[in-house]
Design a protein around this ligand. Structure first.
Ligand code: SF4
Length: 324
């Protein structure tokens, strides 16, 4: 089977769900950490299919005090340096290297989100932290998903993976591919950078994975620690189920179907797993869920579309609380 955009999307969701349940793959150094999994994250130059943030469980629980949403770089600047006792924000925070008025705006935003406390003292705005921002990120792992890893796919990946290895953001880089029953051919491995691991996933039934090639432990660039934390925050805030926010769960044909322990979007009209590109406002087969679905004793408040979005959000929340 040749991978289409749809099958790549489905494979990506299955890899994410597998990683959420079973990361780390055998014989890696992540024991004792908790995976926070997201998809389609990265930098301006490079977007990763799957990102696994290996988190310290206690620190991850402490991170929850700062809310479910991600903290962007401006908010992180405020939250990480906010003092234990009231202080003028310009005394408390390091010089940002850009005008203080932007910091002041971030202070107001942070206080509005409840992630710092703020008060006025004369003309000055003072801040105080609600809690120390925890050091929750242990490692950042990038995974490129290629359900059909054939020779031309391996060659096409080589430059991207070389960039990932050299960019200094990730601690580990992997390619995930679908198990075919055959071993990954050595000729494919020869086309991939030796530092990148190769994971083969058997996604029938309860998903399982084998390590076909162990990755090297990379040495992330310490000058990029801020960008790594921003990436981790985006992963924390978005998870991998936020795809539903850009699809049409309010369409009467939108369903979630179980595949092993994953829930995948399914279009009953097209009888296929639909991608985000297809399942949009421009879909020819879109039909709004009938209003009576929302009123006549439908078991899920707000209709099935809202129920689906809530179900996925609840799964994401459970993972972050580390009680699943
Ligand atoms: S009919 Fe179109 S909009 Fe509705 S679920 Fe299918 S792909 Fe999505």
């Amino acid at each position: 089977m040749t991978a289409t955009a749809d099958t790549e999307f489905v494979f990506e969701l299955l890899v994410c769900r597998w990683a959420e349940r079973h990361w780390p793959p055998e014989s890696t150094d992540a024991d004792g950490t908790v995976p926070v999994v997201a998809r389609q994250l990265g930098t301006r130059e490079r977007r990763w299919d799957t990102v696994v943030i290996e988190a310290d469980p206690d620190a991850l629980a402490a991170r929850a005090q700062f809310g479910e949403r991600e903290l962007d770089s401006d908010l992180l600047h405020v939250v990480r340096h906010a003092p234990a006792e009231w202080a003028w924000y310009r005394d408390a925070l390091p010089d940002p290297g850009y005008p203080w008025r932007y910091v002041r705006a971030a202070v107001h935003r942070a206080a509005g989100r409840g992630v710092v406390e703020k008060r006025r003292s004369g003309n000055r705005i003072e801040i105080r932290r609600i809690a120390p921002y925890p050091d929750w990120v242990e490692r950042v792992v990038a995974v490129e998903n290629k359900p059909d890893l054939d020779a031309s796919a391996a060659r096409a990946l080589e430059d991207q993976l070389r960039h990932d290895v050299e960019a200094g953001l990730a601690d580990e880089v992997w390619v995930a591919t679908a198990a075919t029953g055959d071993d990954v051919e050595p000729v494919l491995l020869a086309d991939l950078p030796v530092e990148a691991g190769v994971l083969t996933l058997d996604l029938d039934g309860a998903a399982s994975a084998d390590v076909a090639w162990h990755p090297s432990r990379l040495s992330p660039d310490s000058a990029l620690s801020g960008r790594r934390l921003e990436l981790a925050e985006r992963a924390y805030g978005r998870g991998f189920r936020s795809y539903v926010e850009t699809m049409r769960p309010d369409c009467r044909h939108f369903e979630l179907r179980r595949a092993g322990d994953a829930l995948l979007p399914w279009c009953a009209a097209k009888e296929t797993h639909q991608s985000q590109a297809v399942c949009s406002g421009s879909c020819d087969s879109f039909e709004p869920e009938p209003p009576q679905w929302r009123t006549r004793g439908w078991p899920i408040e707000g209709g099935p579309g809202k129920g689906i979005a809530r179900l996925l959000a609840e799964r994401r929340r459970r993972r972050r609380r580390v009680d699943d």
